[in-house]
Design a protein around this ligand. Sequence first.
Ligand SMILES: [Zn+2]
Length: 292
Amino acid sequence: MKNKKIINIYVCVLMLLFVFPLISRQAAPLEIEKVAGNVYCLYGPGGNIGILKTDVGILVIDSKYFRVAEKVMAKISKLSPQPVKYLVNTHYHGDHTGGNEVVGRNAQIIAHSNCKISLIGSLKAQKIKAGYTAGITTFDKEMKLKLGDENVELRYMGPAHTAGDTIVVFEKAGVIHTGDLFFNGLPPYIDVKDGSDTGNWIKIIEELHKEYPDYTVIPGHGKVTDMKAFLKFADYLGFLRKEVAAAIKAGKTKEQVMAEINFGSFKDIEDKGFLSKKSNVGWVYDEMTRVK
Ligand SMILES: [Zn+2]
């Protein structure tokens, strides 16, 4: 009996040490997928990287975590021998900017002005001192870039997932990188403290769907998809807002709404770690009761 117990503990420890890390690593390999034209998506740990390959240089969207940045660069170099000319940060979160100093070391780094402010606020003092963010070029409303024969448009349409989200549009390839305005197949993170706005977030998605109905979509997380799926994601945000608003009006607490809500028609949005549909309810509640 005692031996069996020891064996069970031994098996558990082995699982924790070797098997689970392997599973989580296998779940997110660094893999490049061709999206359309000269635009590619690099999956793996952290936010999806968008890549535009041209004969005069490469444009990269987001840089994942620092811990995988050298591997990211190795993948990009395999795709093209050209240098990374531009690195666009869609927002300040570490799974999108952590690799900046590696991926962007010879590039012009571009971000929305709010993104730069939040990034400085989130970094440790020594990184700021080391000039980590000094070289970041900012824009307020939009910025247009021409690289090779592709026209790239960086757009800011107000707060959504954070206070400084950039949407990247590749006109010729017909591709849009949404940053974390889209988590495809999983519940989104909502950065209430940074100044998220789920109401405006829905409006942005509807506007983009109207402007680019046939574009291919690279989401911040999850698989490459189309505008129809992006619009469906806005339905989910709308559902959350409607449920939470009604509950607040009825005088319910956050915990009550989280316990009572029924996600029946959103079965294809699957909880993953701290990203759960219930946590979404909590964040929307926090956002709607936030004192500005
Ligand atoms: Zn994010």
